[in-house]
Design a protein around this ligand. Structure first.
Ligand code: GLN
Length: 281
């Protein structure tokens, strides 16, 4: 199978179900992540023969995308903060908004030797991106899911970031441990009642445990994290959270009621309330 034949087959089979611009972007990702052909390779090597596994792999990719499975699970990886992270259905696919959370932390914390904790690390994307960008940081990361931790550990190895320590632990009942300069979390924050209005590729494929909270207690994880942060942050230490845009004020009050100072609610680049930050007095 030639490069151009693979691309043609993807285009013909998927254009009835995927919009043209999105399909073009997906084909680019498939060429790069499955066959290691970047855009220049694709342009210059249209008649190049792909490896023997190509026809079978292309057929599988088409079938899975037709079932609305997210492309990142189909190809097994996702880009985050300039790196390629392995992803499986055991972990949330890292989102561009979360890159902004990482950038905010990097911008506001130029000091070296910071101790950082990522609560609910999933693929490890936040912990690993921070460990790579902050100077000599010691990064701990926890998750309740053993399968997620296995992926996160592989990512740390693949991205040659051995300094991150991973722990199996429930954010709702975290073990008392070291003092941290920075605690960060992108915990589950979507109410079950919002599920119906979500895209199929998210609600049918991404791990519900990483996404949803009961409608009766939408701040469930924030309460546990804020309480833990108020006990485990160094003086002047900082808490950074990704939040549900519906609950900015509630998160602000919660952080203040836990005794944290300088509470900020911050918008993402789309102008949506998306992050919260606070400081230990
Ligand atoms: N920390 C991971 C991320 O931001 C996982 C978050 C989660 O599972 N809720 O993508």
């Amino acid at each position: 199978m030639k490069v151009k034949e693979a691309i043609q087959q993807l285009r013909e089979s998927l254009s009835p179900v995927i919009e043209a611009g999105e399909l073009q972007a997906m084909i680019r990702v498939i060429c790069e992540d499955v066959f290691n052909y970047d855009q220049v390779d694709v342009a210059l090597r249209q008649d190049h023969e792909l490896p023997d596994f190509a026809p079978e792999r292309i057929a599988e990719i088409i079938a899975r995308l037709k079932r609305h499975e997210p492309l990142q699970y189909v190809v097994g990886c996702a880009r985050f903060h300039g790196h390629r992270f392995k992803v499986t259905p055991a972990v949330l696919i890292p989102r561009p908004e979360t890159e902004q959370l990482v950038d905010l932390i990097i911008d506001e914390n130029p000091d070296a030797d910071l101790k950082v904790l990522d609560m609910g690390t999933g693929s490890g994307c936040i912990a690993i991106a921070l460990a790579r960008a902050l100077k000599f940081a010691q990064v701990d990361a926890l998750d309740v899911s053993r399968d997620a931790l296995a992926v996160a550990r592989q990512n740390a190895a693949l991205l040659k970031t051995p300094g991150v320590r991973f722990f199996e632990s429930d954010m709702l009942a975290p073990q008392p441990s070291a003092c941290y300069d920075i605690i960060v979390s992108n915990p589950p924050y979507i109410c079950w009642s919002e599920r119906e209005s979500m895209d199929r590729n998210v609600k049918d494929f991404e791990p519900g445990q990483a996404l949803f909270v009961p409608d009766s207690d939408p701040l469930l994880y924030y309460k546990a994290i804020a309480h833990y942060a108020s006990q485990s942050l160094e003086h002047g230490g900082k808490l950074y959270l990704e939040i549900n845009q519906r609950f900015g004020n509630e998160v602000k009050h919660l952080l203040e009621s836990c005794g944290l100072d300088d509470v900020r609610i911050i918008e993402d680049s789309f102008g949506h309330v998306r992050f919260a930050a606070a400081r230990q007095h």
